[in-house]
Write a protein that binds this ligand. Structure first.
Ligand code: NAD
Length: 259
């Protein structure tokens, strides 16, 4: 097992990509704190991990709430003694062209992704620096590296998270902390399913055309990336044994983006 006895916390792990990573970490021997907006939202992931013989706890942690994030990290340390892996994964999407975008919608997306990633990072580093190190991971996107129309706050936030990841790699090194970011292409989760009809409406296309000619157009094989693909990369990054791999963005996108 690649993560035996490691302690991990994943935000937004009640469903989608975060859930797949939580289950993969538990299969690899980690004890996993499954964080999401409410305790109820974490229940299915925790139950799935326990049914498979793993160890998990649920945490109600809105990543935009400074107190909740600090308390959530403290609860993990109280329960299991330390924190080895923290993954800022919680995310939302909003579809609108810039000139029609309400400041409130801009702020909501930036808050969840960028401010949420900062709050988790700060709380996690305070613990990791005490115990001699750990791994920070971020859920970026191909949109950390390039833009698409209609998603400006998401693209701006994901670029910002890439910067945060790199800053943490520089600062964290002397404390034994590595920091890397995973950049997936399109993955069929509720986040993507919701935006298919929204994009179809904005662009005047059918939903099928949005999938084929917007989402998968630049992939090498017209395939969606899967939650399992992303989870495998997340295991690899968490298990990597040295700072040879730090400050890196790993793109998992069927060739949509090549760096
Ligand atoms: P999803 O909507 O299935 O899951 C997101 C989870 O985050 C949900 O459980 C939700 O409750 C939680 N969440 C939302 N706001 C939160 C908050 N304020 N505090 C705590 N939890 C909150 O989405 P997903 O596709 O699994 O996305 C997970 C991450 O992967 C996001 O950061 C997203 O931007 C990123 N990503 C997704 C894709 C994709 O195609 N699905 C591609 C690239 C990157």
């Amino acid at each position: 097992m690649r993560l035996e006895n490691r302690i991990a916390l994943i935000t937004g792990a009640g469903r989608g990509i975060g859930r797949a990573i939580a289950e993969a970490y538990a299969r690899e021997g980690a004890r996993v704190a499954v964080a999401d907006l409410t305790l109820e939202a974490t229940a299915e992931t925790v139950a799935a991990i326990e049914q498979a013989g793993g160890t998990a706890i649920g945490l109600a942690m809105d990543v935009t709430d400074e107190r909740r994030v600090d308390e959530g990290v403290a609860a993990v340390v109280k329960q299991w003694g330390r924190l080895d892996i923290a993954l800022a994964n919680a995310g939302i999407q909003h579809i609108d062209p810039v000139h029609k975008l309400a400041f409130e919608d801009w702020s909501r997306v930036i808050n969840v992704h960028l401010h949420g990633s900062f709050l988790l990072t700060r709380a996690a580093l305070r613990q990791m620096y005490e115990t001699g190190g750990g791994t920070m991971l971020y859920m970026g996107s191909v949109h950390s590296l390039e833009a698409s129309p209609l998603k400006s706050p998401y693209v701006a936030a994901k670029h910002g998270i890439l910067g945060l990841c790199r800053a943490v790699a520089k600062e964290g090194a002397e404390h034994g902390v590595r920091s890397n970011i995973i950049c997936p292409g399109f993955v069929r989760t509720p986040l993507v399913d919701k935006q298919i009809p929204e994009q179809a409406r904005e662009l005047g296309l059918s939903e099928e055309e949005v999938i084929r000619s917007v989402m998968l157009r630049n992939t090498v094989d017209s395939e969606f990336t899967t939650v399992e693909d992303v989870a495998e990369v997340a295991v690899h990054l968490a298990a990597f044994p040295s700072a040879a791999l730090t400050g890196q963005s790993i793109v998992v996108s069927h060739g949509w983006h090549m760096q």
